[in-house]
Write a protein that binds this ligand. Structure first.
Ligand code: FE2
Length: 146
């Protein structure tokens, strides 16, 4: 999976985290390709911790700006985390089975592009309209109650 302009959600902070996420995913893919089991396992762990950090960051922004669809969006993150943690566990217990490889190479990138296009793009537009309209020094702060 490669980064492309269509994946941009139009909000730099989120885009930067998505790029990093895709870079880690490519790293896992490269380790699998090289039949480097330890590298793939380390890559999966890095991917899981990046996902946890990134989801927490998005969820904090959704709360801060009271994004209307934040609950459904968070549910989508939670389901993905459950899945990816199960994959990481399976890899740790039984190694790079065909199932683990297929999952890492197809379901994972499919979920990520689907989530970016259906959940993160609307969030990015919302954040851009709220946060980008505010003065730079106010971005990241609580919006004033009006
Ligand atoms: Fe998201």
């Amino acid at each position: 999976m490669e980064w492309s302009a269509e994946l941009s959600v139009g909000f730099d902070e989120v885009d930067a985290q998505h790029r990093e996420f895709i870079r880690l995913l490519e790293e896992v893919d490269a380790r699998i390709e090289a039949v480097d089991e330890r590298g793939a396992a380390a890559g999966l762990r890095a991917l899981v911790s990046a996902a946890i950090r990134h989801f927490a960051a998005e969820e904090a922004m959704m709360e801060r700006w009271q994004y209307p669809d934040r609950q459904a969006h968070k549910r989508s993150h939670d389901l993905f985390l459950q899945d990816v943690l199960a994959l990481e566990r399976e890899e740790a217990e039984v190694g790079l089975t065909q199932e683990v490889v297929d999952w890492a190479r197809s379901r994972l990138p499919e979920w990520i592009s689907f989530h970016m296009l259906t959940n993160d793009a609307p969030l990015g537009r919302f954040l851009a309209s709220r946060a980008m309209g505010a003065p730079a020094e106010a971005r990241g702060r609580e919006p004033k109650a009006s």
